[in-house]
Design a protein around this ligand. Sequence first.
Ligand code: CA
Length: 421
Amino acid sequence: MIKANNPNLKSWAPIDKNSDFSLQNLPFGIFKTKQLTKRVGVALGDNVIDLHTLSELGYLSRLQLGEVLNQEYLNPLMKFGKLATRELRNRISELFTDSNDELKKNEHHVKQVLIPMNMVEVCLPVNIGDYTDFYSSEQHAYNVGCMFRDPDNALLPNWKHLPVAYHGRASSIIPSEQDIYRPKGQQKPDDSNPVFGNSKLLDFELEMGFITYDGKPLGESISTKEAEDYIFGMVLCNDWSARDIQKWEYIPLGPFLAKNFATSISCWVVTLDALAPFKTEGPVQEPKVLPYLEYEGNNHYDVNLEVILETPEGKQKSVSKSNYKNMYWNMNQQLAHHTVNGCNVRAGDMMASGTISGNDETSYGSMLEISWKGTKPVEMPDGTTRKFIQDNDTVIMKGHCIKNNIRVGFGEVKSKVLPAK
Ligand code: CA
């Protein structure tokens, strides 16, 4: 077992039992304050641990990480690879465990390294080089196939043989709390020529993304068995989608302007190490996959997911409860497929899961499915209804794992939709 995952460890620092950021989590992020420049932090309860200051005070000296904790992104830290980030997380766990008084006994140091979460601005954690978006939830692909084709041919012939994906846009990936603007673009009403205007069918997609370490050189592949060594951690991901723009533009090369105007992510990267205790079985894959996509053991993860819609006046409604274990294709298969042709991945690439829909309508991961193409409007607490997302609405996504009273969570990804510019 990874030392920091020991469920018996308790911290001397205050952590609410319902906090996503337990001692067994220790997710990495980038933060700044009025006084402090951007640097690497770890979330612990309602505090952020300032890793740069912790290092300056000498508590991390045996790890020899140099200046990577005093950077604007996590990429330089990720360059050190899996064993280094594991050792760093283990060391932080050790310093904050109640049986260890190295840091605890130096109260003036504790005051410097533990900063209340409400005093910091949490920033985009990773300088994302390349962004790939998969399409790996069977229920989502089936639902969309039913709406746009027919239930007998909902899944296209390749879907159960390979994890379908497209290359997305990295420049417009933004952190939680950053507002987005309603996109504009071409749409094609059924009964007229194409028109240009504000998207009327703006939607969210409930997804999770994984962040990679440096992979192998161009020309080499990462197997399903090796994949975990190349994955740093995960975030929640809202892959904003303009359905009316998408419907007209996507043939034959797939989504373009319907998707590249914004993708919002949660800011604390939960390591794959911290998620290890929550591994679970995946679905039976039938027909049998090709050998390079076969895998052993439990490669799926049990992560509870929720989407909340908030009206401009702040009235909230939970519109979906799903789970990451609903995926047909797991991360290891996705990464193996992505690199099987020799494509290289780099530290800080993000690969999103695709919309995570469960088997019934309470667990669908987009408004397209929840309102079934606008035919079943959602009633909000103030009596208004939603088929898609309106101006000044806020979308909040949350995610957490829980097992034997140990909670490991992602916090949230929250974004407000402003009127088109
Ligand atoms: Ca997507």
